[in-house]
Design a protein around this ligand. Sequence first.
Ligand code: GLU
Ligand code: ZN
Length: 306
Amino acid sequence: MTFTTRFAPSPTGPLHLGHAYSAILAHDMAASRGGVFLLRIEDIDRSRARPEWEQQIYDDLEWLGLRWPEPVMRQSDRLPLYDQALDRLWAQGLLYPCTCNRKDIAAAASAPQEGAPLHGPDGIIYPGTCRKTRIPGQPVTRDRPRNIPLRLDIAAAARKATTSAPGTSGFQEFGADPNGESGLINFTRDELIRTVGDVVLSRRDMGTSYHLSVVLDDAEQGVTRVVRGQDLFDATRIHVLLQTLLGLPVPEYFHHRLIRDTGGKRLAKRDDARAIARFRDDGASPADIRAMVGLDQPRPVSSSAS
Ligand code: GLU
Ligand code: ZN
C-alpha cells in the first residue's frame, strides 16, 4: 500500500497560514517516504462553496510549490455515493429523521432533568428527542425520507460496530491529541454515547455531512495517513465508527498543532489578513511562508545519503 496523505480544504474562503501548514506538512510527509500527496475539494456546502475560492486553492498551493495527481476529487461529484452509504445505514436501522433546530436542541438539552448540556464534536450533544419516538434498530419507514436531516443512532451504531475487544475501538495517532497523547487511542462504546451523541449524517440541502463524506472519500482515495488539525481530533471517533460500520479501512491519523494568531486565537477563514494570497501580494516567498509556520524546505534526498 502506498503511503498516501491528503489535504482537503473547503472552498469557502481564502487559505490562510493554518491551511498552508496543514498542506505542506501532509505534502512533505508523503514526499519524504516516496508516497503520494492528494488534494480533495470539500464542497458539499453548496451555499458557501464558490468556484473562485476553489481556483484560489489551486493557485495558492501551486505557488507554495506543492504538486498532486490530477484529477482532483471533488465532493460535489460524489453525491450518489454518499446517498448509497446512507441507504445502507438506513436499511440497518441506524438512522432516524430529525428536524429539531438549534433552539429546540438547546432547550431540550438544558431541561432540568438533563443537567448542564454537554458538548461533543458537533456542538451540544443531541438529547435524543426524535430518537425516542422510534423503535430501536428498526427503520422508521422502509423508504428513507429525502431532504430531511438524518441522525445516526450512536448507541445502536456502536453496538453494531464493536467487533474486536469488548466494547472498544481505536486508531493510531502519529501526531498528538490536544493533551499531547499519541499512539493507540482507544475509546469505549459508552464514551461514544456519552461524548459524541447522535450526530447528523445527512444535512438538509446537502444530502450528506462532513463526517460521512470524509470517511468515504479517504477510503476511496486510498489515504493511509490523514493529516489534519487537532480541532478535528474529537471527530475522529465518529469517523472510526463509520469506517467500521461501512467496512472501510481505518487509516493512521496525524493531528497537528493549530497555527494561531499573535493573540493566541485560532485562525479562521475570515482572517483575510493571514491569507496566503495576501502574504504573496505583499512580496513574501514560499520559503517565507514555510518559515512562518515552522516548516523548513526539505533537503533534496541525495543518493549518497545514508
Ligand atoms: N474540509 C475540512 C476543513 O477545511 C477538513 C477536513 C479534514 O481534513 O478531515 O476544515
Ligand atoms: Zn429532532
